[in-house]
Design a protein around this ligand. Structure first.
Ligand code: MN
Length: 290
């Protein structure tokens, strides 16, 4: 058997602090001036961690999406979600909402009413996953995954939550349109972990606590982007650190299609973007009934 090949790091970039929605503070790993996308991934935002005073919590009120998937992973706090399909629910610590916007939805993503009124901490992630041309106009779909349904694998001083795809033969609960691995790794100081990545996948690692050697150093708020070659990532959590290293490791088979993006719409052509804007303006993406 051929020796497994370690994936090369193309770049290590800093996330950029920015505001989203009505003024929610996020660290945006991409898109930035340095990294436009990591096909099939279009965006990664770390929301917070932010401690809100009563009446101060910010979210993203009613807005549309078409042509991709928006994936919310909450670590702290509770998110409240409503949409034009009539869904209304809450996403708590460790929960994931995998929303396929497909042909289009209008939704609202807010801290829970309790946190808006009394204050509290919010921390989580939003990931955008592109859909292939054939899936862009599919029927909107939700996969609501409670923390208890997400498998946790303990190995070599690390705890790996398998949100999508596979780690060590353990599969995550999400059904994806194209092959994707979404892993949350919590590594004790000094832990060494090898993660197999399918041949041909693009991949990135986003560190949000502690530090990793990959072998380049990647610290809190930084992302390492890997090349498509190779089939494994070797992670070492920096020895002597007094906290766990927290990292999201994502990989996916590139769609390799043209991308036309305009705000909340991601299609293949500018004509399709114009159509999405027109459909939204004419109310064809629906309304949230309250
Ligand atoms: Mn949204």
């Amino acid at each position: 058997m051929a020796d497994p090949k370690r994936k090369d790091i193309l770049a290590v970039v800093d996330a950029v602090r920015t505001l989203e929605g009505e003024g929610m503070v996020v660290r945006r790993a991409f898109p930035t001036a340095r990294v436009d996308m990591v096909d099939p991934f279009l965006l990664l935002d770390e929301m917070g961690p932010q401690d809100y005073a009563p009446g101060e919590a910010k979210g993203a009120p009613d807005h549309p999406h078409r042509g991709f998937e928006a994936v919310t992973y909450i670590l702290d706090g509770v998110g409240e979600h409503e949409d034009s399909e009539g869904n209304h629910g809450f996403i708590g610590p460790g929960d994931v909402q995998w929303m396929t916007a497909g042909s289009g939805v209008i939704h609202s993503e807010m801290p829970s009413r309790d946190i808006r009124e009394r204050g509290g901490r919010m921390h989580g992630f939003q990931l955008w996953v592109n859909l292939a041309a054939a899936d862009k106009m599919s029927t909107p779909r939700y996969q609501d995954l409670r923390a208890s349904t997400i498998p946790v694998v303990e190995r070599d001083g690390a705890r790996v939550r398998v949100i999508a795809g596979e780690f060590d033969g353990v599969g995550g609960p999400v059904t994806t349109h194209s092959p994707i691995n979404y892993l949350h790794v919590s590594a004790a100081p000094g832990a060494d972990l090898t993660v197999e990545v399918p041949e041909g996948h693009n991949a990135f690692a986003y560190v949000f606590a502690g530090e990793l050697t990959l072998p380049s150093q990647v610290g809190d708020g930084q992302m390492a982007v890997f090349g498509a070659g190779g089939n494994r990532v070797d992670m070492s959590a920096t020895s002597g650190a007094d906290e766990e290293t927290e990292v999201l490791l994502l990989s996916g088979r590139p769609l390799s299609e043209p991308v036309a993006r305009y705000g909340p719409f991601v299609m293949n052509t500018r004509a399709e973007i114009a159509e999405a804007v027109e459909d939204y303006r004419n109310g064809r993406l629906g309304v949230i009934r309250r």
